[in-house]
Design a protein around this ligand. Structure first.
Ligand SMILES: Nc1ncnc2c1ncn2[C@@H]1O[C@H](COP(=O)(O)OP(=O)(O)OP(=O)(O)O)[C@@H](O)[C@H]1O
Length: 271
């Protein structure tokens, strides 16, 4: 069982302060603060367009913020030289919406690519390691020769996750990982995320709309609203927050169903 991170003494693995993101007249983030601690799974939620993906992209270095500081693994992202930033970026893995695998490559080649490019492995070494990464995400060895178009949505997600894990990252970023999966596939993927976090000691930043994912995986949840993090706390504390969107989201029909299912599952678990 995973133990709660000690937030009193711990230095955050990711520390966002005073983040501002603007696109022309559109202010997406205004003085946004957020901390992510070692070993936790933080769910990031919020209405459509509240800037969840822009926040993720800012932290992984794909979006240059208008202002603010972002410290990742102790480094000030904006102050790094390009080669230092590239070294830092190899310490995290990202699973983008849609997977972003190369369609012209088979799965083994897709996963081997970062190992060849960034870890300097030979092709045979990289493809052997790729098979291990595929196994880690629950894919059989015969899937290695398949191209993404030959696989189900769930298998593509797993393969994309295997690629995100190729360089043994310390932080995993997941953008809507269960979008497009059927409920059984989504539940299995949620379970996989928790298993990998526990086994590999990962810290996970997870953008989602999926209430079941929140209940089954997250240690804390951050709600984005009105350009800021409205609240970042345990699910129970967040669900109690007096805010129209939070109340509609957590206490509307889907929120109640997810909460009930989670409570039922906890009550039937042995131990
Ligand atoms: N590169 C960009 N240029 C201009 N506007 C952008 C850009 N990227 C994002 N936006 C705008 O910023 C806002 C936040 O986008 P973002 O994708 O982060 O929202 P989100 O919370 O992830 O939404 P959803 O839940 O619908 O995926 C949106 O209004 C979007 O149109």
């Amino acid at each position: 069982m995973h133990s709660e991170p000690d937030r009193q003494s711990a230095q955050p693995v990711i520390q966002v302060r005073g983040l501002i993101n603007r696109f022309g007249d559109l202010v997406v983030h205004d003085q946004l603060d957020l901390d992510l601690y070692q070993g936790e799974i933080l769910g990031v939620v919020g209405g459509s367009g509240t800037g969840k993906s822009v926040l993720l992209r800012s932290i992984v270095g794909l979006q240059h913020p208008s202002a603010g500081t972002i410290r990742v693994l102790g480094e000030d992202l904006m102050a790094l030289a390009p080669d230092e930033r590239s070294r830092l970026e190899q310490r995290f893995g990202v699973l983008y919406q849609g997977g972003a695998l190369f369609t012209s490559l088979n799965l083994a080649e897709n996963i081997a690519l970062p190992l060849i490019e960034h870890a300097g492995l030979s092709r045979p070494e990289a493809e052997e390691l790729a098979l291990m990464k595929l196994a880690l995400t629950g894919l059989p060895p015969e899937a290695a020769k398949n191209h993404p178009s030959e696989l189900s949505g769930g298998m593509v997600k797993r393969a994309s996750l295997a690629r995100a894990l190729a360089l043994d990252p310390e932080i995993l970023f997941l953008d809507e990982p269960t979008a497009g999966l059927d409920p059984i596939g989504a539940a299995a993927f949620d379970e996989l995320i928790v298993t990998l976090r526990d086994a590999l000691g990962l810290t996970v930043f997870l953008v989602t709309h999926d209430l079941d994912t929140l209940y089954s995986t997250c240690d804390r949840v951050a709600v984005l609203s009105r350009q800021k993090v409205l609240v970042a706390d345990t699910l129970d504390a967040v669900a109690d927050t007096r805010d129209e969107w939070v109340q509609a989201y957590f206490h509307g029909p889907r929120g109640r169903a997810a909460m009930t299912a989670h409570e039922r599952q906890n009550n039937t678990e042995p131990g």
